[in-house]
Design a protein around this ligand. Structure first.
Ligand code: C2O
Ligand code: CU
Length: 484
């Protein structure tokens, strides 16, 4: 108890003191995995699908006898799963019932900047915001969370996050598990640290931010999933604020990654491990053996690779979710070998190359300024963004509005094969991202790019870009869009 209190009081920059967490074999798995409800929607005469989300205060007993103050959407912790189909018009009525300003961003969604829900679309306490857009991108596992400048970590950490599933015709015709909550399971992974009063401890434990010693899945500590089919599809979302996981199973079985951030791969990617930094999603298919349980676990990466650094949780081993198969399983027959078609983008098509250097919680030497446009992009052109992490610790990099491809990526990683909106940036690494900003010209409203380690984002490791039409000038910074 004394040690925990002392840790909480330590100032920043204690990286060298991080003590590895090992929960393997110690988690009881005595709670049935809760499944976030699918949000109800109303469909109006014009066919628009409208959801209602209210950010609110709550309390939850994560551990017996301890109440924790929380935030949630339409409930006390996390939010319902939103679901829409390519081609649909979607509207969301967002209400802010917490006692400070917030916003709600649709992470991974291609949509107009005015609907993006970044720091320029604040919702005052008691206020509402009603963005709408046309869904035009492949089936994917996306998510939503607040994005108020400087407060994102706190709001997400306290529970404001949810999944946003998109469907399309291609995905629907494949023989994949797709019964929500039955064999198609949202797996929202977050790590927490509780203080002596049972409240979330939001203090720094590492340079990455807060690294917890307790893992929640869909808001539950020590969950198990009853499995009744040979294959289950796990839609894994790393909704942690700082922690990068290196997922695998306790029995070391292989699983098939079928989708990355922006949708299906061309074919299943079989592997025993997958690394996920904050904000990233993958969909995996896991084959179960009747009656034989296995545990989704985060392993320490090979120490030789030193991808996280021990002081950022690289030495941690965490038990996360037990899959508990029945003694007889419904056989859903073979998985498809062909999933989606992904047109490869090539460097020769790029008209612009930009460089982004991540260093000292800054990008290109600057911290976020809501009144400054950092980049202007010409609509419907292909760009290469060269991101380098010149730092001795890891970061990641997320771009709003687009799904990109990673050029010359390691073929052993799913990111070489599918659409991404967030990439892990190991220390001293460089990645080249290629993308097209297809439409949604708006000289008055920027999109964001940033490190998705939320402490870093809040500290200003973020920049703003506009998508402009040919010959168009930015019309931003006059003061009309700012708030303070
Ligand atoms: Cu998931 Cu800019 O955010
Ligand atoms: Cu960072």
């Amino acid at each position: 108890v004394a040690a925990a209190a002392a840790t909480a009081a330590l100032p920043l920059g204690l990286a060298g003191c991080y003590r590895a967490v090992d929960t393997t074999g110690q988690v009881a798995f005595d709670t049935e995995l809760p499944i976030p409800p699918l949000a109800e929607a109303t469909i109006d005469a014009a066919g628009r699908r409208t959801f209602e989300l209210t950010a609110q205060h709550g309390r939850r007993e994560f551990r017996a006898g301890r109440q924790t103050d929380t935030y949630g959407f339409n409930g006390d912790y996390l939010g319902p799963t939103l679901r829409a189909r390519r081609g649909e018009e979607v509207g969301i009525r967002v209400r802010n019932d917490i006692d400070e300003e917030t916003s709600v961003h649709w992470h991974g969604m291609h949509l107009p900047a005015q609907a993006d829900g970044g720091p320029h679309q604040p919702i005052a306490p008691g206020g509402t915001w009603e963005p709408a857009w046309h869904v035009d991108q492949p089936a994917a596992t996306l998510w939503y969370h607040p994005h108020p400048h400087g407060r994102t970590e706190a709001h997400v950490q306290r529970g404001l996050a949810g999944m946003f599933i998109l469907d399309d015709d291609r995905e629907s015709e494949l023989n994949l598990p797709r019964e929500y909550g039955v064999d198609d399971i949202p797996v929202i992974v977050q790590d927490k640290r509780f203080d002596d009063d049972g409240q979330f401890d939001e203090s720094n434990t590492a340079n990455a931010g807060m690294l917890g010693d307790t893992v929640l899945v869909n808001g539950a500590v020590g969950p198990f999933l009853s499995v009744n089919t040979r294959y289950v599809r796990l839609r894994v979302l790393n909704a942690s604020t700082a922690r990068t996981y290196y997922f695998g199973f306790s029995d070391d079985q292989e699983f098939a990654v079928i989708a990355t951030d922006g949708g299906l791969l061309e074919s299943p990617h079989w592997t025993k491990r997958v690394l996920m930094s904050p904000g990233e999603r993958i969909e995996m298919i896991v084959e179960s053996t009747p009656g034989r349980a296995t545990v989704l676990r985060s392993f320490p990466p090979d120490p030789d690779e030193r991808v996280f650094g021990d002081s950022n949780g690289g030495g941690d081993s965490l038990d996360i979710l037990e899959l508990r198969p029945a003694s007889e399983l419904t056989d859903s027959s073979d998985l498809p070998e062909q999933l989606a078609t992904i047109p490869r983008m090539v460097e020769a098509d790029a008209t612009v190359t930009r460089s982004f250097s991540l260093q000292g919680q800054k990008i290109n030497g600057q911290r976020m300024d809501m009144n400054r446009i950092d980049e202007t992009v010409l609509v419907d052109t292909v760009e290469v963004w060269e991101v380098s992490n010149d730092h001795g610790q890891y970061h990641n990099f997320h771009i709003h509005d687009v799904q990109f491809q990673v050029l010359d990526a390691d073929e052993n990683l799913p990111e070489a094969k599918g659409w991404k909106d967030t990439v892990f940036m190991p220390r001293r690494s460089r990645k080249r991202l290629i993308m097209r900003f297809a439409d949604y010209v708006d000289p008055t409203m920027p999109y964001m790019y940033h490190c998705h380690l939320l402490r870093h984002e809040d500290q200003g490791m973020m920049g703003q870009f506009l998508v402009l039409g040919p010959g168009q000038e930015p019309q931003f910074g006059s003061g009309e869009h700012e708030h303070d």
